[in-house]
Design a protein around this ligand. Structure first.
Ligand code: NCD
Length: 305
């Protein structure tokens, strides 16, 4: 049985198969409408979510299956003191697959050690978010045509942003990718990403503090929200939250072929004046999240259509 806890739990070949399956689902939606008939997805969200939880649920419904679960720790037995392990053992008796989000790094991994059914990490603290990464990879594949030879700027909260950590790990395995890390010094990527991913694999990366100085080089800009809930004090958050605001003026020197991505939710990082710019891919990205989660669940459940 396979779980998805870290993006590298899937090989590049397996990711390729999932993305191709997602593309087939997009083209032949009806073919999949009964693929998970009789199956149940449990969404255990100990932390807030809109896109991730609802796209998982929509994905299972579009495969003909059912969903159950909770959307906050307060409405679960966690408030009574139940451990993650016990919750997972129990929910594993009711569901065929579990998507779990938790504020503690490593909680889904812990769950996977006792789970009788596949566990999908839907975000663990500031650590990983592998299904957002699959969403991002499908988006890059659809927007750019291929997953190699581009320069990506990752901008904003690179310290606490789990989507960034997972995307870097996954993209580091593809050819010809240059990373430009754009953040204030307080929100730089964690050291382990620098040593274990970039340096260990000899990957081309650069750290800068403004988007203007690199904009003309970028093929993709991946904006992120400053992760308010992971800050230790409010004053630091307030000081850093609006460091980067992408708007028309910042795109003056950008390529016409730039792709603008954001895992969402957006706060102020991208001006709404860009929403109708053809380069703005973030709402298409959110849509891709549903298709890639359909493909992922079919794969982990071993359902062939
Ligand atoms: C992200 C997350 O939860 O990490 N949201 C998402 O799942 N699309 C990004 C964020 O909350 O900033």
């Amino acid at each position: 049985m396979k779980h998805l806890i870290d993006p590298t739990d899937l090989s590049v070949e397996e990711i390729d198969e999932i993305l191709n399956l997602a593309l087939d689902i997009i083209d032949n939606h009806d073919k999949y409408k009964d693929a998970c008939r009789g199956k149940k997805l449990a969404t255990l969200f100990f932390e807030p979510s809109t896109r991730t939880r609802l796209s998982f649920e929509a994905a299972m419904m579009e495969l003909g299956g059912n969903v159950l679960g909770f959307s906050s720790a307060e409405s679960s037995s966690a408030t009574k003191g139940e451990s993650v392990g016990d919750t997972i053992r129990v929910v594993g008796c009711y569901a065929d697959i579990i998507a779990m989000r938790h504020p503690k790094e490593g909680a889904p991994m812990l769950g996977s050690m006792v789970s009788p059914v596949p566990i999908i990490n839907a975000g663990d603290g500031g650590h990983n978010h592998p299904t957002q990464t699959l969403t991002d990879l499908l988006t890059i594949k659809r927007e750019k045509g291929e997953l190699k030879n581009f320069t990506i700027g990752l901008c904003g909260d690179l310290k606490f942003g789990r989507t960034v950590h997972s995307l870097i790990k996954a993209l580091s395995r593809y050819e010809g990718i240059k990373f430009v890390l754009i953040s204030p010094k307080e929100l730089k990527v964690p050291d382990y990403i620098i040593t274990e991913v970039f340096e260990k694999n000899n990957i081309d990366y650069r750290e800068v503090t403004t988007m203007e100085e690199v904009m003309s080089e970028l093929d993709i800009i991946y904006m992120t929200r400053v992760q308010k809930e992971r800050f230790f004090n409010e004053a630091d958050y307030v000081r850093l939250k609006d460091t980067y605001i992408l708007d028309k003026s910042k795109l003056k020197n950008a390529k016409d072929t730039l792709t603008i991505m954001h895992p969402l939710p957006r706060v102020n990082e991208i001006s709404t004046e860009l929403d109708d710019d053809p380069r703005a891919a973030y709402f298409r990205q959110a849509m891709n999240g549903k298709y890639v989660r359909m493909a992922l669940m079919l794969t982990l459940l071993g359902v062939n259509v």
